[in-house]
Design a protein around this ligand. Sequence first.
Ligand code: FAD
Length: 278
Amino acid sequence: MREKIYSFELFPPKSEKGFLDLKKTVGKLSEKNIHFFSCTYGAGGSTQENTFATVDWLRMQQINTAPHLTCIGNSIEGTLNILERYKNQGVKRIVALRGDRPSGSGISNGDLNHANELVSLIKQEFGDYFHIEVAAYPEMHPQASNFSEDIKNFKRKIDAGANSAITQYFYSKDAYSRFVDQCSNSNIDIPIVPGVMPITNFSSLRRFSANCGAEIPRWICKRLEGFGDDLKSIREFGEEVVTDLCQHLLSDGAPGLHFYTMNRSEPTLALWNNLNLK
Ligand code: FAD
């Protein structure tokens, strides 16, 4: 049986205070036996330096780090410079993405239009040096014309050389298992690790989910709505629902879990402990 892959996702803080908080969060999370921390990258440009600063700090702590890298709005030369920088820091894993243009940003597409082109570029220039992660969407990418087109486009990334995938978060285990079955029917056999979003705040989760096309099932919405401003009940219910989801995913054979920590240790650690992970 393959070893399960566990990872924690961070976003780059924008302030000194945020950075201090992040260091504390990483201090607590890095006690756990995980494969890597990943750090997001803003396709818009304004937060990119913060990603580099976060990756620099993580690498200084000798932490296995997988920076996210988006291609939209970037030149090939700029992209290669970033990859070279990461290679020099001993980074071995990259989460290769297209990214989204922030609305009203006015930035142009850049040299590469889709993540499969970024994966090809990385393979072409760096061979097998980087382990390449790509994004997967069990509930379909919001811009895809239909599910089977989306799977075909997902396969382009694998054919280009992606080694494994991390999914958008979801709360329906059936969405994931059907997606994985469909991938296997399409001869996709890389690990597809479920992305796990802890539930701690309903209004921000609802806003975020509407933007990225992740569905919160009606029964979960109704229960969360019913708690109003009672954050304790939201957290307790959320923890129960997400623990249950993770238990099912792992026992059904998911190759690991990728936690969207939102730079906070407690919600992820609560799930981790409930799952009896080390
Ligand atoms: P792609 O794989 O290029 O797919 C995008 C859309 O185009 C899909 O609808 C697909 O079906 C279609 N498509 C793909 N290839 C082709 C092709 N060759 N021809 C025609 N159509 C095609 N965003 C950030 O800005 N920064 C981050 O750090 C970040 N991290 C993420 C991490 C994870 C695990 C996930 C799941 C998402 C992340 N995102 C991030 C969001 C992501 O950038 C968006 O979802 C974006 O809209 C799509 O990126 P992608 O890499 O999946 O793109």
